[in-house]
Design a protein around this ligand. Structure first.
Ligand SMILES: Nc1nc2c(ncn2[C@@H]2O[C@H](COP(=O)(O)OP(=O)(O)OP(=O)(O)O)[C@@H](O)[C@H]2O)c(=O)[nH]1
Ligand SMILES: [Mg+2]
Length: 464
C-alpha cells in the first residue's frame, strides 16, 4: 500500500508551550525511534504499538541528550495517516523542538509539506476528501456551531449523503446503458420516459437542496461582514463597544469622532460577526472626515450586512432615509438608538418612517433592547431555516469546492432531462449521468487529480 517516503514535522504551533510534538510518518518511523530514542526501561522486544514510553531523545552523532520525552509508535494501519507513525512528546521549547526535528531529518527523512499527514490519510483510505477537508475546518472553527458542522463532516455525514445521491444516479444509469447495449434481450427492463424523468427530477431536487444550504454554511463557517452605518453622533461607536463588551472605539459627544474604520469580531450566538465601526455620514468640509466617509462607502461594498443606526430621539428621519436608499442588496437592520431620551411620539415616528423594514429600538446607554438586537442579527444572518439545522436534521455545505461540484452535477442532471424531453437517443442521457457521477465523486475524492489535492492540502499547516 505504502509507496511513500518517510516524512516528519513539528505538529504543535511555534512558540513556547507545555509540550511540543514532533511527528514522523512512514516506513522508517520505527527505525528512527530506535536510533534516537533511549527508553528508561528497555522493552524486551520491539516497541509496542499505541503505548507511551518515557526516555531520552539524543543525537546519535555525538551522543548528547536533547530532551526527556514521551515516545509513542502507532503501527500501520491503525494510525492517523495509515502508515507507521512515531510521535515524540517533548518539552514545548522552540529550540528543543528544532533540534529534535533536525536530528530526525538527519536520519534521511524529509520535512513534510503543509497538510501532508492528512493527505496521506486520504491517499491511504483512512478518510475521504470531504472528511479530510473537515479537519482544517475544525482546526479553524471560531464558534461552537462551525465546530459542530466541521465535526459532522469529519464523521462522514456529508460524504454519506453525496454517496447516496451518486448511487441513485448509478442506479438510473445502469438500466439505461443496459437498454442501449442489450435491448434485444428479454430480461433487460426498459425504463419509460416518465420513470426516467421522475428519477432525474428527484435526484436533481436532492442536489439543489444541498446547494441551497451553501450561503448559510459559508456564514456559519467564515462569519459575516457587518458594517455599522449612520449619521454622526447617533451612537455607532457606542454600539460597537457594547456588542464587543470592551471600550474599543472612542466615544464623544462631538459629531465626527470616528474617522478610521475599526474592525472587531464578535460572536453573536455562534455566528462570527466581523463588525466595522465607521465615520458618521454627512456633508463635511473636514478633509480627514471626508476621507473617512470615502473609506466607509468602500467598505460597504464588501459587507453582507448593515446595522444602520439612527438617533430615535430626534424624531426626524428624512436624512437617514436618504442614505438608506443608497444601500441595496444587503441584509439591513435599522437600529433606533437613544430610546432612553426619546418621546413616545418620536418612537412612533421611527416605526412609521422605517415601515416594513427590520428594526430594533435600543438604548446603548441603558443596555436596553440589545438582546433583541443580537437575536435579530442572528436571524438575519442565518436566514429562516436555522431551526432545522440546530436539530442536526439538515446537512449543510460550506465549502466552495463542494458547491462548484454540486452545481456541475446538477447542470448535468438538467441537461439529461432536456435530452430526454427532446426525444434524443438515451446514449446522450447516459453521457450526462456519467458526468454527474464524476462531479459528485470529486467531493469525496473518488475522482481526483493531483492539482485538486495540492490546492486542498496546501491550505493546511505543516505538521497536520
Ligand atoms: N442618551 C444616550 N446617549 C447615547 C446613547 N448611545 C450613545 N450616546 C451618546 O451619544 C454620543 C455619540 O456617541 P458615539 O458612539 O461616539 O456616536 P458615533 O455614531 O460613533 O459618532 P461619530 O463617530 O461621530 O459618527 C456620546 O456622547 C454617547 O455617550 C444612548 O443610548 N443614549
Ligand atoms: Mg463613532
Amino acid at each position: 500500500m505504502n509507496l511513500f517516503d518517510t516524512i516528519c514535522a513539528t505538529a504543535t504551533p511555534v512558540g513556547e508551550g507545555g509540550i511540543g510534538i514532533v511527528r514522523i510518518s512512514g516506513n522508517d518511523a520505527e527505525h528512527i525511534a530506535n536510533i534516537i530514542f533511549r527508553p528508561r526501561k528497555k522493552p524486551s522486544s520491539a516497541f509496542e504499538s499505541h503505548r507511551l514510553y518515557y526516555g531520552t531523545i539524543f543525537n546519535p552523532a555525538d551522543n548528547t541528550s536533547l530532551d526527556n520525552a514521551l515516545m509513542t509508535i502507532m503501527k500501520k494501519p491503525k494510525s492517523f495517516t495509515g502508515e507507521d507513525v512515531v510521535e515524540f512528546h517533548c518539552h514545548g521549547g522552540q529550540l528543543v523542538l528544532q533540534r529534535v526535528l533536525e536530528t530526525v531529518l538527519r536520519q534521511g527523512v524529509r520535512l513534510a509539506e503543509p497538510g501532508e499527514f492528512t493527505k496521506r490519510a486520504f491517499l491511504n483510505g483512512k478518510v475521504d476528501l470531504a472528511q479530510a477537508e473537515a479537519v482544517i475546518d475544525l482546526i479553524r472553527a471560531k464558534t461552537d456551531i462551525s465546530m459542530r458542522l466541521a465535526n459532522l463532516q469529519m464523521q462522514g455525514q456529508l460524504s454519506q449523503k453525496i454517496t447516496q445521491i451518486k448511487d441513485a444516479v448509478v442506479l438510473l444509469l445502469v438500466p439505461i446503458e443496459a437498454g442501449l447495449d442489450f435491448s434485444d434481450e428479454e430480461d433487460v427492463t426498459i425504463l419509460s420516459d416518465c420513470e426516467i424523468e421522475e428519477r432525474l427530477k428527484q435526484i436533481s431536487g436532492e442536489i439543489k437542496k444541498l446547494l441551497s444550504t451553501y450561503e448559510e454554511g459559508k456564514i456559519l463557517k467564515q462569519g459575516i461582514n457587518c458594517i455599522i452605518l449612520g449619521r454622526p453622533n447617533v451612537g455607532k461607536s457606542s454600539l460597537l463597544n457594547l456588542l464587543l463588551k470592551e471600550e474599543r472605539a472612542i466615544v464623544t459627544a462631538i459629531p465626527g469622532t470616528t474617522r478610521d474604520i475599526i474592525e472587531e469580531v464578535v460572536n453573536i450566538k455562534g455566528i462570527p460577526l466581523r463588525l466595522m465601526d465607521t465615520a458618521g455620514l454627512r456633508e463635511t468640509q473636514d478633509e480627514v472626515e471626508s476621507i473617512g466617509i470615502k473609506f466607509t462607502m468602500k467598505r460597504l461594498e464588501s459587507s453582507e450586512m448593515v446595522l444602520f443606526v439612527a438617533d430615535i430621539s430626534e424624531d426626524e428621519f428624512e436624512q437617514d432615509i436618504k442614505i438608506l436608499e443608497k444601500i441595496t442588496d444587503k441584509k439591513t437592520i435599522i437600529v433606533g438608538n437613544k430610546i432612553d431620551k426619546a418621546s413616545k411620539e418620536a418612537v412612533n415616528a421611527f416605526h412609521n418612517a422605517f415601515k416594513g423594514m427590520t428594526k430594533v429600538a435600543i438604548s446603548v446607554l441603558l443596555d436596553k433592547g440589545v438582546e433583541e438586537l443580537r437575536q435579530t442579527i442572528y436571524n438575519e444572518a442565518r436566514g429562516k431555516r436555522y431551526e432545522a439545522i440546530d436539530n442536526d436534521q439538515e446537512i449543510i455545505i460550506s465549502n466552495t469546492r463542494h458547491k462548484i461540484s454540486l452545481e456541475q452535477a446538477n447542470k448535468a442532471m438538467v441537461k439529461a432531462e432536456e435530452t430526454l424531453n427532446k426525444g434524443l437517443s438515451r446514449e446522450f442521457i447516459a453521457v450526462e449521468l456519467k458526468e454527474a457521477v464524476e462531479r459528485l465523486g470529486e467531493i469525496t475524492g473518488a475522482v481526483t487529480t493531483e492539482d485538486i489535492l495540492d490546492r486542498i492540502f496546501s491550505q493546511f499547516c505543516v505538521g497536520k
